[in-house]
Write a protein of this length. Sequence first.
Length: 455
Amino acid sequence: MSSGPGADSAPAPTTHDTLPGAPAEGARKSSMFSSLRVRNYRLFFLGQVVSNIGTWMQRIAQDWLVLSLTGSATAVGVTTALQFLPMLLFGLYGGVLVDRLPKRRTLLGTQAAMGVTGVALALLTLSGHVEVWHVYVAAFAVGLATVLDNPARQSFVSEMVGPDQLQNAVSLNSANFQSARLVGPAVAGLMITGVGTGWAFLANGLSFVAPVAGLLLMRSRELHVVQRAPRGKGQLREGLRYVAGRPELIWPIVLVGFVGTFGFNFPVYLTAFADDVFHAGAGSYSLFNTLMAVGSLIGALLAARRGTARLRVLVAAGIAFGVVELAAAAAPSLWLFALLMAPIGVFGMTLNVTANTSLQMGTDPAMRGRVMALYMMVFLGGSPVGAPIAGWITDAYGVRAGLAAGGAISAAAAVTVGVVLTRIGGLRLAVGWRHGHPTVRFVPRERREELTAVA
């Protein structure tokens, strides 16, 4: 059922430790796949299943091709940097444009552009004319499309499903991406070995037919229409002031920024643990990544079952993520270290899904593109900043010290953000027993004595 303009703009009332904008304590809880009952979102989800697998195939094929052409790991790093550079440079401006433009049409354009880029790179590779600068241009072109695609895709979810199903849909999007992370590289490896990198690029390019078809088949009348921002001067500054003036928005972004910058440098840590600590080679590195992807998938599916984005979940996930990283840094054996990758994936995904949902639910729809662009810029931009720091600590003091530092900073940031949000929200921590079970909750200050008496 469609709703009128701005129907989802008013945040739901918050209770206890529910984050601003999330459904209230008594809100109906979703089943794990409830948002797939919405036809428009189902079309979007199925298209993304195909496209995400293609995207992971292209990532693997792209790195392999550059390495084959140049023999240089630095060239591979340049390719990755070129793909993320546009988001760092123009991400906020992309958010401004997304708030002005119809998101469905924007996604049709960005998805088609990425598909054309994949097909062009495939033709160059299959014809034997590909050079490394072609790959650089393709990576930068995909990055430019991502400047609009990322905030549009993030904020379009709420227009498809509405506020009641938002957390479920965001969680399923994450589960979708993590599933592709398990399937795509494996398929890419088989294609590269069997028929060559060009066919992997072609498969990725053609995979964008699925999301484009899904967008074209959607029913416009069933979308939750929101009023777009008009053209005007100072809209970027307006967006930044909007976020800075709302603690429920700025502090989750700060937390994700710290965790993403210092805690998520796994390409640095996992290769060093596989080679330098456990002397186990590429097979163990692949195992570490697979187990983390499985944990991330589980975390996304568990988040899909929750009906609210709660303060305690956001903070607890950040603390748990840091603590498990500290435990992994001290793990004496390869198998214990490998097993700890799964809970790291669970808590990292829980943190990201909860922050993503709380931002979308707590943001005026006319500002959602700019807010999500800032979120994605912080999230994606953390690694280029944090990776050199992590590498320096690892080289100077060892990889265990590097991973431990990342875990300690992540946990400390989560504790700090938790304290700040509870003080701003007039909340206090209440620990007690209820119905024979221990409870830990954030409650309004005036209710603490009442809850203690009941407990």
